[in-house]
Design a protein around this ligand. Structure first.
Ligand SMILES: C[S@@+](CC[C@H](N)C(=O)[O-])C[C@H]1O[C@@H](n2cnc3c(N)ncnc32)[C@H](O)[C@@H]1O
Length: 506
């Protein structure tokens, strides 16, 4: 399903499309935003289960690199290797933490405004990094592969070379199974995220990853099987490498917007209340962030992954911040043209002309909804005698309108608001049904490990649904109040009118 508004775009949002769609275009990726998340001790998500994974496991070997996400041992070796390789002495250390399992913790007082990290470019992985297997790198460059699939292939290539790769210590400390919706099976997505539009986004993303791998396989790997053997470069290893990229890749604005994996910096967890981002510092020539608050020794240090909704955080990073703590939270509301509309085709053509469709999703926030959504609602409810305005409405709904003028059609405002309210209520009822049923949902468990996984996924889905429904409840409240005001205003006008009429009669 398409999304028209750019409200959710942030500089740190990964946008990813398969090669067959984006050939010769640059992939645009970036890192994530920052809400406070709840710690869920004792629940781990390290087991693959479900039909997709089972099938893949039969076809391809398990990922044999990386570690359990809470492993501090590998992180300690990483820390040592980084300092031996030129990372300056740090005021933070890797440790087990309440939020995010492993994270960076202040080892001394940190001042607000202080620059931290200073990871040199030699320790950063980007599209320009040297390949331990130079022939494989040459082939990928010859095909002009864009950054995202290039980096995904690079990561697999280096991981498979184990100790011969200079990144061995880094890769050993990466999670063997990154938390991300890429690891949810189709059944799990359908069962747990049935009410949320994030389900569609996850399916789309999984399809893109599979499509990208298939494209690389048919165009490049199959022609160079010695350099890219199937046992190493397969859909399972690509799921892993893309999972790592989605949850750890950053865009560095001061390095010409380059995408990079920054060892050490990628141990920082996200907090919605923090407003500081990673970037390259031209004066110190290293990747830094500036502390936006003081930290005491032992306190966990956070950065922002960008202004992302809870759904987007779940999609890329596999966690949902605690309800009400994410000021950037939003929910996608789906709206559709009415099938029995006499002007259905004309309206659809107008939408298509501006890159929109039916159904179409718009982000609703706790503070309100975008003007594009209102324009779309006007188009849906407008009668045939307003056909001259269809074009203007579709354009305004697409966010491409050059004027900042707010569309106003007083004659259909009430109907448009009622239409949005109906869409909200349809969506609310889906969330309520899921939340009610989730209490008695059969988890179909066959082992204790699966119990952990299923309970974990279900909890994430409940948290996401609760936070998305909360935004819709707020929208419902505002819409009802507005409609009440309009209707009572009309009533008053009507009374006034009949009063005047009676006056003249008498
Ligand atoms: C860039 S890595 C941060 C380091 C990571 N904690 C580790 O141990 O490798 C991003 C991952 O950290 C975790 N994470 C980051 N911020 C979090 C938060 N606020 N709540 C829960 N998990 C978080 C998620 O698993 C996410 O996919």
């Amino acid at each position: 399903m398409a999304k028209s508004s750019s409200v959710l775009q942030s500089t740190l949002l990964p946008a990813f499309s398969p090669l067959h769609k984006l050939r010769n275009q640059n992939f645009t990726l970036s890192l994530p935003p920052l809400p406070v998340s709840r710690c869920r001790p004792g629940i781990y998500c390290s087991v693959s289960a479900g039909e997709t994974t089972r099938r893949s496991v039969e076809e391809a070997p398990d990922i044999s690199w990386g570690c359990e996400i809470d492993s501090v041992e590998n992180a300690t070796s990483l820390q040592k290797w980084l300092s031996d390789s030129g990372l300056p002495p740090q005021k933070m250390a890797i440790d087990r933490v309440d939020i995010g399992e492993r994270g960076l913790v202040a080892s001394q007082n940190l001042r607000k405004g202080e620059k931290l990290l200073f990871v040199p470019p030699s320790l950063v992985i980007s599209a320009d990094s040297e390949w331990t297997n130079p022939e494989a790198g040459e082939v990928m460059k010859r095909y002009d592969v864009p950054d995202w699939p290039l980096l995904a292939t690079y990561l697999i290539s280096e991981a498979s070379l184990q100790k011969s790769s200079r990144w061995f210590n880094y890769i050993s400390a990466l999670p063997r199974q990154p938390y991300s919706l890429l690891y949810w099976t189709r059944t799990e997505l359908d069962m747990y995220l049935e009410a949320s539009q994030i389900r569609e986004r996850a399916i789309e993303r999984i399809t893109n990853v599979v499509g990208t791998y298939e494209d690389l396989r048919s165009r490049i790997f199959s022609k160079h099987p010695n350099l890219f053997p199937k046992e190493v470069f397969n859909d399972e290893t690509f799921k892993w490498s893309f999972g790592i990229l989605f949850s750890r890749l950053v865009r560095l604005p001061s390095m010409d917007g380059r995408f990079a994996l920054v060892p050490w910096a990628d141990m920082l967890n996200h907090n919605c209340e923090v407003e500081t981002y990673l970037d390259y510092d031209t004066s110190s020539k290293g990747v830094v962030f500036t502390a936006d608050r003081p930290y005491q020794p032992g306190e966990q240090v956070f950065i922002s992954y960008g202004n992302k909704s809870n759904g987007e955080l779940l999609l890329s990073y596999g966690f949902v911040p605690r309800e009400g703590t994410n000021p950037s939270d939003s929910v996608e509301l789906a709206m559709s043209l009415r099938k029995n509309d006499k002007c259905y085709k004309e309206k659809l053509d107008a939408l298509k002309k501006h890159g929109l469709s039916t159904p179409q999703c718009f982000p609703v926030r706790i503070t309100g909804w975008p003007l594009e959504l209102m324009a779309y609602a006007y188009l849906v409810v407008s009668p045939p005698d307003m056909r001259n305005s269809f074009e203007e409405m579709a354009k305004a709904a697409s966010n491409k309108s050059s004027t900042t003028k707010v569309l106003k059609y007083p004659e259909i405002e009430e109907e448009a608001l009622q239409f949005i309210l109906d869409s909200c209520e349809t969506s609310i009822s889906k969330y309520s049904r899921f939340l009610k049923e989730s209490g008695s949902m059969d988890l179909d468990i066959t082992s204790p490990k699966q119990l952990n996984r299923k309970a974990f996924l279900k909890q994430l889905a409940v948290d996401l649904s609760t936070s998305e429904r909360r935004i819709l409840y707020r929208a419902q409240y505002i819409l009802r109040r507005r409609l009440r005001d309009i209707r009572s205003g009309e009533l008053k006008a009507l009374r006034l009118f009949s009063g005047i009429r009676n006056f003249f009669k008498n």
